[in-house]
Design a protein around this ligand. Sequence first.
Ligand SMILES: [Zn+2]
Ligand SMILES: [Zn+2]
Length: 314
Amino acid sequence: MRLIAVIGALLASLSMAFEPPTPEITRSAVGDLSGLSAVLQKAFAPDDAAFEPIPAPRPNDWLAVHEEPGQTFPEFTASQPNRPSQDRHVIYLQPLGSFAPEWSPSLDKLREFAAAFFAMEVKVLPPLAIETVKFTTRRNPYTGNAQILTSDVLNFLKGRVPPDAFCVLAVTMEDLYPEPSWNFVFGQALLRERVGIYRFARYGPAFYGEPRRTGYETLLLRRSCKVLAHEAGHMFGLAHCTYFNCLMNGSNHLAESDRRPLHLCPVCLRKLQWSIGFDVLERYRALEHVNRAAGFIDEADWLNRRIKTIAGDD
Ligand SMILES: [Zn+2]
Ligand SMILES: [Zn+2]
């Protein structure tokens, strides 16, 4: 009883610790915009009408249990993150195990989304069979699900990063665990080594033995695109965002992740644009097309409004 009370008090004090950012804080997180083109100044302006505020954390949400310092644009560039270069300019997706079409997102659609999101070349490598590579596996002691040890996968990938790779992102429909004492993990990465592994197993109702509902495929693809873009964002050195409702916000569970948008706030957009150097309007146009084709209509409409705001001469 006492232990529960202590944990309850700890959670309460931690959730008290998160203060929503003031306009001054978000302005300084975006950094000095003078000297940038008019288009970039509009794209990175912390415009309250276009970007939702970060919601106050509910119990068990990420910010209720994790202290996040935030990462301003100047802090991001000072961290000297990996950037794509002429030599290393391709994002590789490495499927691990099977992607049965009945319950898996389309690898081609994931590739297309990532290519538009990062405005970079994205290639899908030939799938790896789990049995041939002999990764350590186990049956989860509670659920009985088969699981793969992530460190085995990361060690394997580390030794085979293609010379033109900015990063290699292994994706799997299998369940993962990082060490024997853990129940499961969403994914894991070695940022400097440019490799990561992420699983989509828990994003469809099939994982929980539930029947599929209408819109199931769109939902599974949306969740998978979201985790891929968020995790690849970490590969570029983007830390968790604490400024707006943003793709780079941390999330502790699926319901929280579902509340996050599929796009970046102006602070995170500026970081990614600094790293990759894309044309923001061209990127938004390509993303609008991909989002609409995938059935993410709300996101496509949001992108369309952003394009009008940024391209307009007001
Ligand atoms: Zn994250
Ligand atoms: Zn952000």
